[in-house]
Design a protein around this ligand. Structure first.
Ligand code: ZN
Length: 359
């Protein structure tokens, strides 16, 4: 028993210590093949925007892209796949390749005099990126500049970045990674080729966890809470705070969904008022609401299949599907600057009445 428990743990701490090489097997395969194709065809662009939710694998994809371009192994059969063992490959992996540079809130904090990570990428960071882009590649054919947390670029910083995008240096490829690409100026977005990374099926997240030796009991829960982001799931396996935060979100969502209509409205207004300051938390609870509604809808449809005569006694799947549509509409309204209170109110009035139950 003791051995069985220890084995997965050590396998996992190993993966946490050594970054994975090559193209990750847990990202949206369609997005990965789009990037691989441009390398294979030798049509590498000047700017890409990798977008998708936190933990979906944007940084891992950007690293694999850089590794494939910098790899010096001439014998590899496919130039869009890095060999993982040459010096260049290893250096990209260690973050020590002279032609691959990452700019992020973390690197910005490391270079700043003030302590703390900060919440936005500043114009100084973009200036550093511009000078880095002006250098010639040293070992590879091009320089790959990765801007993580790009959604936090302040407006003046985006304006400065725009100059680079408008007159891109010859042998530079810019990779912007953004959780919320809507936060970027349209002028910035339109100058990048956008590659959207979609979440993968829950079963695929569970397989990725199992392949890395995460214990079976936890796999199901982490995969369920992952929202299809295996990067999040792998991180949550070693950082229990991440896992707990999502459990809490799900519990709040369940309380909200099962409360009486008046209380639902009060919660909607409260969250609406907090939206400006706690955007990601509010969006997190909304996503948890949608997950719970989906589960209820599937359960209702299954019950109908097994016991058609029960129709009329229980909530039909259609009421859940209406509620899901209204909740998705609310998420999109919040993105397009509809007043948060209004968006949330319109959503809760479309929810069916649910009984509280153990989750
Ligand atoms: Zn290599």
């Amino acid at each position: 028993m003791g051995v069985a428990k220890r084995a997965p743990k050590s396998a996992n701490s190993e993966t946490a210590a050594v970054p994975e090489t090559g193209w990750p097997d847990w990202v949206d395969p369609a997005a990965a093949s789009r990037l691989q194709e441009v390398i294979r065809d030798g049509r590498i662009g000047h700017a890409y925007l990798l977008s998708g939710p936190k933990g979906v694998g944007k940084a891992a994809m950007a690293r694999a892209f850089a590794q494939s371009i910098c790899c010096t192994n001439m014998e590899r059969p496919d130039r869009s796949v890095p060999c993982d063992s040459c010096r260049a490959c290893r250096n990209v992996l260690r973050g020590a390749h002279p032609d691959v540079e990452t700019f992020s809130l973390d690197t910005q904090a490391m270079l700043a005099d003030k302590p703390g990570r900060g919440s936005s990428l500043t114009i100084d960071t973009v200036r550093r990126l511009r000078s880095s882009g002006a250098m010639f590649p040293l070992e590879s054919d091009r320089r790959i500049l990765i801007v993580d947390d790009a959604e936090t670029l302040l407006q003046p910083a985006q304006q400065a970045l725009l100059k680079t995008l408008e007159e891109p240096p010859k042998s530079v490829t810019l990779m912007l990674l953004a959780d919320e690409p809507e936060a970027l100026l349209e002028t910035v977005r339109s100058r990048c080729r956008e590659v959207r990374l979609r979440p993968i099926p829950q079963a695929a997240v569970a397989q990725a966890l199992l392949r890395r030796g995460v214990a079976g009991t936890l796999t199901t829960e982490v995969a369920t809470l992952s929202r299809g982001c295996a990067g999040w799931a792998l991180a949550a396996d070693s950082d229990k705070k991440l896992l707990q935060a999502r459990r809490d979100e799900r519990a709040s969502a369940a309380r909200w969904l099962t409360s009486p209509p008046y209380e639902r409205l009060v919660t909607a207004f409260t969250l609406g008022d907090q939206f400006g300051k706690r955007r990601s938390e509010v969006v997190g609870v909304l996503q948890a609401v949608i997950e719970l509604l989906r589960e209820e809808m599937i359960a209702a449809a299954r019950a109908m299949e097994q016991e058609p005569e029960s129709a009329g006694r229980s909530m039909p799947a259609q009421s859940f599907s209406r509620a899901i549509i209204s909740s998705l509409q609310c998420l999109s309204d919040l993105d397009t600057n509809v007043r948060p209170r209004l968006a949330l109110e319109a959503m809760v009035v479309a929810w069916p009445n649910l009984e509280p139950k153990d989750r």
